[in-house]
Design a protein around this ligand. Sequence first.
Ligand code: ZN
Length: 474
Amino acid sequence: MSGGERLYPWLEAARERMIGLQRLLTSVPALAPENRGEGEARKAEALGAWLEEAGLGPVRNYPSSDPRVPGGERPNLMVRLPGPGGDVVPGHAGVGHAGPGNAGPVREAGPGHEAGPVREAGPVRETGVAHETGPGGDHASGAASRPAAGRSFWVMSHLDVVPPGDPAKWESDPYQLVERGGRLYGRGTEDNQQGMVSSIFALLALKEAGVIPPRDVKLLFVADEEVGSTHGIQALLRDHAGLFGKGDTFLVPDGGRPDGSMIEVAEKSLLWLRFTVQGRQVHASMPHLGVNAFLAGSDLVVRLGRGLPEAFPERDPIFEPPFSTFCPTKKEANVPNVNTIPGLDVFCLDSRILPSRPVDEVLGEIDRICRAVESDHGVRVSREILQRNSSVPTRGDCPLVLGLKKAVQKVYGVPAEVMGIGGGTVGAYLRNAGYDTAIWCTLDETAHMPNEYCVVNNMVNDAKVMLELMLAGV
Ligand SMILES: [Zn+2]
């Protein structure tokens, strides 16, 4: 079967079940400890139980330890539908894995997780799941017998939500789903439960129809996306790298346009710097005895602001704006009074750099400018990297992106545009690890806002697009 049309009616008929799952997920807040929350464990437990009940088990958990939350763990759940060749997890013979022919429970323990007592996590605990050896035999022979199918197609969504914010701005309880006018209101309904539910029902449609996809299809439900992914995808890539195989591809349904026409494949590298300019503080009536750090810092700001765009003028039309940006932003206070020459000046620079230019080149140019200001003003300039994320782009003509364009055209009737964005998304972690990654879904962009909502039709139709991708073996 090449197309998924015959399963569209099943998805349409599943509309109420999809809404029911949204209702369940909305009712369990999953806030990071940074947002004074208890993490995602309760939501993961509810989701895990639902998935098992729906027949999508076994649900595996790859937790990241975090002593700040009750239970000490942030959950990362995975379910999958094997492709031809059986229940094989390529590249999965990693940590804590039972050996070939050794039937028994598989523990998904990473570094720092010693095999030990069964963790109390209800249906989502990572022990007690079936051994992952399929009819094809053990892992080694199974993997060897189907090299082409060794890759997996993943859909990754996140469990955590951001806080509701000012309750007065909500027309209803953020944690109680309200269905009105074809929309589902509630915190998390769009970000990221819409994508989560679409992916679950696309997989369920295949499973219930008995379809074996051309490649393994895996759904990942990660923690900690809103606060930097330390305990989410970053932890998985670091502690469970064997979970992923060469050639795996990812759809991240966590960004898009209301008509589904935007596929994000790249992002600018993000570089946040804090500059400290040190001069010598003196009375303003005797400036010649001091070194004015504010004056030197201002000169530095101007030289950076003008010099960097000149040094890095490349353009790439998939980005908006289509060039690297270098913006002086935060300025810290110096002296509190008018009659003192400041001896210290501190400011920040936000840079978004086209992926075609290495960040180190930019840092080299910045350092050159700093040295020039030092010698011209007699100050000392130091810089601190506050954040640095480089990103390898996913090619716009890779099978994943081409398949997605085709599916979007088929389901939504629109040509999808391949784009890059300003930087700092989870896509960078996956792309930098070598996996083609597309960020796409259909949404009104109400994430993080009061009265966040998901358009039910988008949720159902995005499931069709995901179904097409699962069938296409992208
Ligand atoms: Zn999100």
